[in-house]
Ligand binder design. Structure first.
Ligand SMILES: C[S@@+](CC[C@H](N)C(=O)[O-])C[C@H]1O[C@@H](n2cnc3c(N)ncnc32)[C@H](O)[C@@H]1O
Length: 227
């Protein structure tokens, strides 16, 4: 399946979500992964799911609407409070976990794990205000640990659904998943204009070869990985 999500207006099926200051605004990556989750008939009632780095809870809500039992995890208390309110307003029962991979794994294993992790390469150390998108010098600060932990997060027939930019090396993600015995497939792609974060560091990204001179768009990719 190839999906194209070009504008925030087209991402509206996510609906209006409450966000405390500093919580990630659902964007094209959120919308692309959400559309995949909603369309994938392999996800549904009775499944045990986790949304790693839930932010405002957009993906947890997409999962819960399928009838699945969902754990939403985030390192940010403001994100968890926002996700809690958004799920309560929709009468969707969701468990909340403060933390990252380890804390999420403790409540597992899961039939489905979804993640829209931070993946933007950054010239400066990640701080609290940038941790929703900054992911170290190569954009893989969370992707690499996630790939390494994926086999232990997943039940025997479980699957990981992940969205990232090609800027942060999709092939590397697929090799890392394969090293853990997980076979991956591309479920969706979308070409989207650079947002303010990428636009604000184009010089660094171009110098390091993450984008080509003159580029104004990046490709988002949704992967599904399973044993
Ligand atoms: C790109 S945002 C995605 C938010 C939401 N899932 C969405 O798609 O709109 C990444 C989220 O991961 C969270 N995060 C960053 N580092 C984390 C970590 N080490 N453990 C857990 N969550 C983390 C951030 O607080 C942020 O909410």
């Amino acid at each position: 399946m190839t999906t194209s999500v070009r504008t925030e207006a087209e991402a509206r099926p996510l609906g209006r979500l409450f966000r405390l200051p500093g919580v990630y605004r659902p964007q094209e990556d959120t919308a692309l992964l959400s559309s995949v989750l909603t369309a994938d008939t392999r996800i549904g009632c009775g499944m045990r799911c986790a949304d790693l780095g839930t932010g405002s809870g957009a993906l947890a809500i997409a999962l819960a609407r399928t009838g699945a039992a969902v754990v939403a995890a985030d390192i940010s208390l403001r994100a968890l409070a926002s996700a809690w309110l958004n799920t309560v307003l929709r009468a969707l029962p969701i468990g909340l976990v403060r933390g990252g991979l380890q804390e999420t794994a403790e409540a597992g294993p899961y039939d489905v794990v979804v993640a829209n992790p931070p993946y933007v390469p950054s010239p400066t150390p990640t701080v609290r205000s940038t941790r929703a998108w900054d992911a170290g010098p190569d954009g893989r600060a969370m992707l690499d640990p996630l790939c390494a932990a994926a086999p232990s997060l997943l039940a025997r027939d479980g699957a990981l659904y992940l969205v990232q930019s090609t800027m942060s090396d999709v092939d590397k993600t697929r090799f890392a998943l394969a090293a853990g015995g997980l076979r991956s497939e591309v479920l969706a792609r979308a070409e989207v204009p650079f947002g303010p974060v990428v636009s604000g560091r184009l010089e660094y990204l171009t110098e390091r070869g993450f984008v080509r001179p003159g580029d104004r768009t990046e490709e988002l990719v949704v992967l599904r990985a399973a044993r």
